[in-house]
Design a protein. Structure first.
Length: 244
């Protein structure tokens, strides 16, 4: 019995040492991965990287990680015409992350997550300069906010014959087009100062698109809905290239 107790004690000690070594190794790997992603994506700060699953060392020996979570704040993604759009929060879970022998590249079998774009950032894609929508009447977008059922309220400021009117709220549906574009589309056209305005003219003000090209290769926009602080976008992808 004494010999069995000794064997059990040794097993517990070795198991504890293995767990400690595994956790030290995963912490080092997370820091290295964060630094490589920072450089690859041109980030100002390191992202949050969590390598999930246990044991890590066994996954490492196999050359493939089960599950990696990545969180990036204030991610500047390339948009159209050389401009950029700031994504306030980008969180993604990568599954089946395979890396090269030199650890210089990593690709995930699949990924899903979410991105948050603040309303003031999305507003940059709208027509914020006054444009004529009817004789003696101009309009422009002055704000965006959340509406019911995942829709957006577009605030339109109207000037009629030199007099500025209180903003009008236009309820709009927000969708994803072509896997990389957020599209804001008014549900119906309101009357401005009691005047019916041509649908085409008004939609030049109310409807707009924001293309997002600079997400990690393999990541697409899936769906979008309004939230308190901005639009929340579900993202998904296959064969997502993380670094390299």
């Amino acid at each position: 019995m004494r010999g069995l107790r000794i064997l059990l004690i040794i097993a517990v000690i070795l198991g504890g040492l293995f767990i400690a070594a595994d956790r030290i190794a995963v912490g080092f790997a997370e820091d290295e991965a964060a630094d490589k992603i920072r450089v690859s994506e041109g980030l100002a700060e390191k992202p949050d990287v969590s390598i999930n699953g246990f044991p890590f060392l066994t996954q490492l020996a196999g050359g493939k990680l089960d599950d990696v979570s990545i969180g990036i704040d204030d991610y500047e993604a390339p948009a159209e015409d050389g401009k950029k759009i700031r994504i306030a929060e980008l969180d993604a879970t990568m599954r089946g992350v395979e890396f090269s022998d030199s650890y210089s590249s990593a690709t995930a079998d699949s990924a899903d997550g979410s991105a948050l774009i603040a309303y003031d950032e999305l507003l940059k894609a709208a027509k914020v300069e006054s444009a004529q929508v009817a004789p003696g009447m101009t309009a422009k977008v002055v704000g965006l906010s959340a509406a019911d059922n995942g829709k957006i309220k577009v605030a339109i400021e109207v000037t009629a014959f030199g007099k500025k009117l209180p903003p009008i709220g236009v309820t709009s549906t927000v969708t994803v087009e072509d896997g990389n574009t957020v599209y804001v589309h008014a549900d119906a056209m309101p009357k401005l100062a009691g005047v019916s305005v041509a649908d085409r003219k008004m939609r030049e003000i109310t409807d707009f698109k924001q293309k997002i090209d600079g997400l990690p290769a393999g990541i697409d926009l899936k769906s979008v809905r309004s939230a308190e602080k901005g639009v929340e976008i579900a993202v998904t992808g296959t064969q997502v290239k993380l670094v390299g």
